[in-house]
Design a protein around this ligand. Structure first.
Ligand code: IMP
Ligand code: MG
Length: 192
């Protein structure tokens, strides 16, 4: 075994754990005040938003005057093959929660070309939620191909492929506590 699976992505660090934590805390405060006293469904987009959704839900729990209740569910979509978007979004797992008449917040790791969120927003609006908003931790505005409304944005990322804090390259690096630019090493090419 080459050992590169365990080795963290070696690229330039974009945001460290403290900056990510501060961004999540700020987003939680914004969301808490917007939904104060109302029940809220957090709909995390797997797999990238797995960590963000959990951390956002926990941060919301610590805020007084936030939503009256928080429900957490997940939906799973894929659009990437390696570090390239296929341009097509596929729904792999649908949420079990009834959304009709409820306030729903899509929780996504990153907005890149925007296709995934545009697809999800259209899909979920058909389910007649009381309201539908979108919260992304990372935004790559320079890559946008379709217009998509983002209600809450954490941190801006340059036009680069990033890994860590839920974001993967071929399922690797999701567990890194920071966000780094991907640097494909010679020793990894055999695995990709
Ligand atoms: P979009 O449809 O291009 O906006 O891409 C959305 C999805 O692509 C995100 O939910 C991520 O899962 C994935 N993605 C986009 N950019 C990156 C990146 O820099 N690193 C890892 N995954 C990414
Ligand atoms: Mg994602």
């Amino acid at each position: 075994m080459s050992g590169c699976v365990e080795r963290p992505a070696a690229g330039r660090r974009l945001y460290g754990p403290d900056e990510i934590e501060a961004a999540v805390a700020r987003l939680a405060r914004e969301v808490a005040s917007a939904y104060s006293g109302q029940p809220l469904v957090l709909l995390g987009v797997l797999k990238g938003a797995l960590y963000f959704t959990v951390d956002l839900a926990r941060a919301l729990a610590g805020i007084a005057d936030g939503p009256s209740e928080i429900f957490v569910d997940y939906i799973c979509v894929v659009s990437y093959a390696g570090s390239e978007s296929t341009g097509q979004v596929r729904l792999l797992l649908d949420e079990a929660t009834v959304l009709e008449g409820r306030h729903v917040l899509i929780v996504e790791d990153i907005a890149d070309n925007g296709l995934t969120l545009a697809y999800l927003q259209a899909l979920l609006l058909e389910r007649r939620p009381a309201s539908l908003r979108t919260c992304v931790l990372f935004d790559k505005p320079s890559r946008r191909r379709v217009r998509v409304l983002l209600d809450y944005i954490g941190l801006t990322v340059p036009n680069t492929f990033a890994v860590g804090y839920g974001l993967d390259y071929q399922e690797r690096y999701r567990n890194l506590p920071y966000l780094a630019e991907l640097e494909i090493q010679e020793s990894q090419r055999e695995l990709t």
